[in-house]
Every structure is written in C-alpha cells, then in structure tokens.
Design a protein around this ligand. Structure first.
Ligand code: GLN
Length: 481
C-alpha cells in the first residue's frame, strides 16, 4: 500500500527522493482529496506546512551531507488534534478550544520529530475523543476512504482515514476505550494500543486519565512497531509513564510464531458478531495454527460488564478532567455574561457538544456523594475483576485473538440518534482498555461489500513484542491468501 517507512527512509538516504518532495506530495494529495467543499475525507483540521517543510529541509541537508539518518527520516506523520504541537491549533474536535494554541509540544510529538519525522498537521477526531464514529467532531464528520458514505470509526477517525487515504505514512491517535483499534479496523489499516504507561501522555488533552493512551496508526505491522519504538519509554514529564525498559519490537517480531499459545476468548464470539467478521477471524486462527501456534479456548468471564464499567469510569474521569474548560484559561470565553458563574455556564453551554455534555452529566452523577458507592466504586471493583480475567487467561496463553468490532464500518448517521447503540460498538475493545493490556488491530480481509475487517491481537502488559510477532504472522497470512 503506497509508501512505507522503509521506502521513504531508503529513498531519502540514497538520494532517489527528498523529504521535501515526499512532504509536498502528501500535501498535494490532501489538497486534492481531503477538504473539497465538504465532500472530501475531512481528516485534517489544520496543516502545519512551515514546521513540516523546515524539518524536511533539515533531513534533506543531512542526507546531502551523507550523515546517518534517524529511523523516521522524512516520514510524513499526522497528529490527532488532542496532542499539543507548539503554536498549532489543538481543538480536540471541540468548539471550546477553537482558538487554543498550546505553547509547547507533547512528548510524543517531540520524540517523532527527533527521530526525523515530518509532522504534516492536526487530525480530526470526536470531540474530546468521545465517540466511535467521528461524528461528534465540531468540525464535521470524517468519511471512510474505503466507503465514502460510511464512518471511519472513532474517536481517532481522522488518524485512521489519513493513513487509509495515503495522506500520511503514519499517524498518532489515542485510545481510551477503542479509539485506535476500532477506526483502524474500519479503515483497513494497522492501529496499536500500547500498554498503559508505555507512551508518555505529556501534552495530551485528557479524557479519562486512568485509560487514555497514545499510539500509532500505520500501513503495516512493521511500520507500527517502528513508530511505537520511537514513542515508547519513560518520560520525566509524565509521572504515569513506566520506567520499564523498552523491548526491541522489530527484532522480536522477526521470530517465528511456532509454539506460541493463542487464546480465543469465547465471550468475544457470541451473539451480535457479524458472520463475515466471525469467518474472517476463524480464517486468521486457521492461519496461525498452520504456522505452528497452539490455539486454545479461554474465558474472560466478566466481559459482559465491560461496557457499563467503562462508561461509568470514563465519564466520571471526563467530568473531572473537563472542569478545566471554564472560559478562564483556555479557548472560548463568553463575552455577554455579567457574573463569573454565568460566564462559566454560558461558555460551557456554547463550547461543548451534546455527547460531551451527556458524559459530563453522567460522570458528575456517578461521582456525586449519594451515588459514588453504587456507581463509581462498584465500577472500580468490577474493573479489578476484568483485569483479573486477563491475568488469569495469560497464565495459559501468550496472546489473545479476537474481533475488534461487532460490525464493519456503518453508514454516516446510522447510529447518531441512539447513544447506547453507539456505545455497544465498543464491546470488544473496552475490556482491554480497563485492564491496561496492549492490543493491535490488523486488517484480515474484507466483507463481500468490500468493507475492511480487522482482527485484534491482545498481549500481556508490556509484551508488545509478542503482540507484534503474532500480528506480523496474521499480516503475512493475508499476503498469501
Ligand atoms: N468509543 C469510546 C468512547 O466513546 C472510546 C473512545 C476512545 O477510546 N477515546 O468513549
């Protein structure tokens, strides 16, 4: 699929391409197909050409001098609009942050640039990363490049669509309850949820802090592993980042999968799973068996509680995190109000969209004195049980294989009237989020109608190496099919 990281870096290194030309080519594709009077993909909210082209020029001059090039030299990468880039807009898909420009870079941004990446601009997403279809963005929905009348998934819809449309070689997204894995599956690209704590969140606009993670989208598993390698590792600016040493993902990935034990959680194959997705995942399992893996049924018995647990915890944390948007420090401020509390109210009323307001209300309720024990504390207890499900399963298996989503990409507008229907989209993604384990979505076929299907590989905490190894085997199996 078009340009990969290795292709860009090799081209820039041997002089057959320049980072500047590669960046310009991606910008011209964006100009031709992304905006186009509301009919395009609508993945980019802002382009940062000046900074991108300055970086490209720097890489080109290193190449001209024959200097050793960093691993992402000249690779065009887009950034979800919840991550800070100094001086660039950071709207988080919300009106309340329309004119907000952070004065600093997120650590993920700093690390990509230090590795030579050319950062093209900021990508559309659901408002404050709340959603499963990108239809909650204040700046319009994103279209799925594989089927323009369908959603790209969410909340990192712009990040998935930009890779699928070849507007970028890779992108960054965030995943709180599926927001990288689900759009990756809908758009037919690879998306990685790193272990909680593996990637710094400094400079991330927080949604639910016990769940939020930053991770890459890419065109193939190796590129995704390469980008994660750059992002991963402790950061003094984020106390929740782990000090565990980072494994050599690309090295580990090269090992054959023979002998690995793959668990198949039976709760992920019940009622409601689209038959074409089921068949595709069964094909993946056959392929892994053929490659010498041992396939074992496992049980994650509390799975049915994952969605209610997630929607209590995520909304509770969101109600607390979003209290900082009050018209005083960031973005929008109502000019008509006569008193301070009226200014808070009017700013928040005008600045937040319907889904964000719903979640602030739900979360505030779950945390309120009379209901805390019944909702928030209970949800935390169930979260522990859900985590134990994974730890128990991982005593017997090295990785899990499951669907990412119950259905392929749905039509724009199909679920917007029914929040619960939209929340049910997250059935196979939120448990891994609550448990903190790592996961990846890898394309594994198409429906008869030509819509992409993704398969999820879930790994143990900090065992991205094994996760990538299995993902790579899945991808190789697709190549042969
Ligand atoms: N769809 C889920 C939600 O709406 C997940 C969002 C995310 O991972 N950011 O909360």
């Amino acid at each position: 699929m078009d340009l990969t990281i290795d292709a860009v870096r090799a081209g820039v290194a041997d002089g057959s391409a320049t980072a500047t030309a590669v960046a310009e080519m991606h910008y011209s594709r964006i100009a031709a197909n992304d905006g186009v009077e509301g009919k395009g993909i609508n993945s980019f909210l802002a382009l940062g050409k000046e900074r991108a082209l300055a970086q490209a020029a720097k890489i080109d001059s290193m190449a001209a001098k024959g200097e050793e090039l960093p691993v992402l030299a000249g690779v065009p990468i887009g950034i979800k609009d919840v991550l800070a880039m100094q001086g660039a807009p950071a709207t988080a898909g919300s009106l309340i942050l329309k004119d907000y420009r952070p004065p600093y870079d997120a650590t993920a941004v700093t690390r990509l640039e230090a590795a030579g990446a050319v950062l093209l601009g900021k990508l559309n997403c659901d408002e404050f990363a709340m959603g499963s279809s990108n239809e909650n963005s204040a700046y319009g929905p994103v279209r799925n490049p594989r089927a323009l009348d369908r959603v790209p998934g969410g909340s990192s819809g712009g990040s998935a669509a930009a890779v699928a449309a070849n507007f970028a070689v890779a992108t960054l997204g965030t995943d709180t309850g599926g927001s990288i894995r689900q759009p990756a599956a809908f758009c037919g690209v690879v998306g990685v949820l790193p272990t909680y704590g593996r990637v710094s969140r400094y400079g991330l606009i927080a949604f639910a802090s016990s769940l939020d993670r930053v991770g890459p989208f890419a065109k193939n598993v190796k590129d995704a592993a390469t980008v994660l390698q750059v992002l991963a590792g402790q950061d003094a600016l984020d106390a929740t980042s782990s000090d565990r040493p980072v494994d050599d993902y690309v090295g580990l990935m090269a090992k054959p999968v023979e002998g690995l034990r793959i668990g198949v959680p039976k709760e992920y194959f019940g009622e409601g799973l689209d038959p074409e997705i089921r068949a595709a995942i069964e094909g993946v399992l056959d392929g892994l068996k053929g490659a010498g893996c041992v396939i074992k049924p496992v049980s994650l018995p509390h799975t049915k509680y994952a969605i209610p647990t997630y929607y209590v915890i995520a909304t509770a944390e969101a109600s607390s995190n979003l209290s900082r948007f009050d018209g005083v420090r960031f973005g929008l401020r109502d000019a008509e109000a006569k008193t301070l509390s009226e200014m808070f109210r009017r700013t928040r009323d005008a600045g937040f969209g319907a889904e964000v307001k719903r979640r602030i209300l739900l979360g505030t309720y779950a945390l309120s004195a009379g209901y805390y024990d019944a909702y928030y504390r209970k949800a935390q207890q169930v979260r522990t049980l859900l985590t134990r499900d994974f730890l128990t399963a991982f005593l017997d298996v090295d990785a899990l294989v499951a669907p990412v989503t119950p259905t392929p990409a749905f039509k724009l507008g199909e679920k917007t009237d029914d929040p619960v229907k939209m929340y049910l989209e997250d059935i196979y993604s939120v448990a891994a989020s609550l448990a903190g384990v790592c996961g990846i979505s890898v394309p594994c076929g198409e429906t008869k109608a030509g819509l992409p299907i993704g398969v999820q590989v879930i790994g143990k905490h900090f065992d991205e190496g094994t996760m990538f190894r299995v993902a790579q085997a899945v991808e190789a199996g697709q190549g042969q099919a």
